[in-house]
Ligand binder design. Structure first.
Ligand SMILES: Cc1cc2nc3c(=O)[nH]c(=O)nc-3n(C[C@H](O)[C@H](O)[C@H](O)COP(=O)(O)OP(=O)(O)OC[C@H]3O[C@@H](n4cnc5c(N)ncnc54)[C@H](O)[C@@H]3O)c2cc1C
Length: 375
């Protein structure tokens, strides 16, 4: 029987579904993809785009064309509410869509106080488009003056952003002082070898790293720290971690401790079997998962399979998270620091590995002429 499948959010966790949408059409189902943007940027290469290592078209997917080429309807819009008992969703534009099955991948956002959100100096590191806009602004400003940039957050994203800002400034032949406010210790959840290598790389390039001190407030061209210091900043990159999309709490769905949609081992909402989800927006009931793209990517084939099985009434497959995740931090200077199990190494070979993994991923999903048409 013909069913209507709705795919919400064309992010990292939905790319395999998008690439295989034709299979749903072949089974005589209608598919609608709703996403807030017609282009999706791959976050793993985002800091590299900030520095200019990658061109924007090298790191993005034309998800609108990808959907339409495979027979789906694409709607560029935002879902603002899921009315689960009625099997409908409300869009920002005022439209309402009904579904028989739905998969949700609305990602996460950087929490910034409402009072700071309108501050034009603040760059939230997500969505990745923000980094592209910042790069253009910085390149223009460097022609006029010496800049002061602050990066708030001492996790992997803050580290990569700081390292790649340094590369951008160098390549633009500009002058800049970069300060990274780590909050706690830099990369405090990582192995000592990773921390040492990253710290060495940043200090060698005169990035000031402030540890064990948090940002307490944002003023006009400065940030204040908890120890009372004021750091002058023309632009402030907020890399303070992410929270799952607020859509689920707003819709009255069952959420996990982090506010993500609570899903069982089949990536299926605990109270509504026709709702599936993956990536940063879910809270995985069997075990909390870090908000990293690696899990979103691994959930792709499970989501594809389980939606197909659900629509034909077949048994579902569980998602089993991998135990160890390869981590590679692009330091912006042609090197990366890599952690794999207990092994830590770095240098140009590390970057070559990261670059190879990232480019292989892009090649697999850039199926809509992104590189040739420049979309
Ligand atoms: C700068 C940076 C670098 C990173 N580097 C790495 C890395 O190297 N390795 C790694 O594992 N992780 C990395 N991460 C983490 C990684 O980005 C996330 O874990 C990953 O993006 C999660 O993917 P997702 O599919 O859940 O969401 P996303 O890929 O963010 O996709 C969300 C999608 O939903 C759409 N959307 C959002 N809200 C709505 C709505 N209401 N209605 C409709 N559509 C909506 C968006 O337009 C987008 O298409 C990085 C993060 C950042 C910020």
């Amino acid at each position: 029987m013909k069913k209507h499948l709705v795919i919400v959010g064309a992010g990292h966790a939905h790319l395999t579904i998008l690439k295989n949408l034709q299979e749903f059409k072949n089974a005589d189902h209608d598919v609608t993809v709703v996403s807030s943007s017609s282009l999706h940027y791959y976050s793993g290469m985002g800091p590299g785009m900030l520095s200019g290592i990658y061109r924007p078209e090298e790191i993005r997917f034309n998800v609108e064309k990808m959907s339409q080429d495979r027979g789906a309807t694409f709607i560029e819009d935002k879902v603002i509410k899921i009315n689960a008992p009625d099997k409908t969703i409300d869009l920002q534009s005022g439209r309402t869509l009904s579904y028989d099955a739905i998969s949700i991948n609305t990602g996460s956002y950087v929490p910034v106080a409402a009072s700071d959100a309108a501050n034009g100096m603040i760059v939230k590191v997500k969505p990745i488009e923000n980094l592209l806009n910042a790069k253009r602004q910085i390149a223009a400003l460097l022609k006029e003056k010496e800049l002061k940039l602050a990066v708030v957050g001492g996790g992997p994203t803050g580290v990569e952003v700081a390292g790649n800002l340094d590369r951008l400034v160098d390549d633009e032949a500009g002058k800049c002082r970069i300060t990274l406010v780590a909050g706690s210790r830099l990369l405090q959840d990582f192995k000592a070898g990773v921390r040492r290598r990253v710290m060495r790389s940043l200090l060698r390039r005169k990035v000031e790293v402030i540890e064990d001190t948090r940002m307490s407030a944002i003023g006009d061209r400065f940030v204040t720290l908890t120890d009372g210091r004021k750091i002058e900043s023309d632009m402030i990159f907020m890399a303070v971690g992410v929270r799952p999309s607020p859509l689920f709490a707003d819709s009255g769905l069952t959420t996990g401790p982090d506010g993500g949609m609570l899903v069982n081992k089949y990536l299926q909402a605990v109270s509504y079997p026709e709702i599936f989800g993956g990536g940063d927006c879910i809270s995985f009931e069997p075990k909390p998962l870090a908000k990293v793209g690696v899990y979103a990517v691994r959930q792709n084939p499970i989501l594809l399979n389980n939606l197909q099985c659900f629509l034909k009434g077949a048994p579902l497959e569980p998602f089993i998270p991998q135990k160890a995740v390869l981590l590679a931090f692009n330091m912006g200077d042609g090197t990366a620091v890599v952690q794999w199990h207990s092994l830590v190494w770095g240098g140009r070979l590390g970057f070559a590995l990261k670059n190879y993994i990232d480019k292989t991923f892009m090649k697999n999903f850039q199926v809509s002429g992104e590189l040739t048409t420049g979309t």
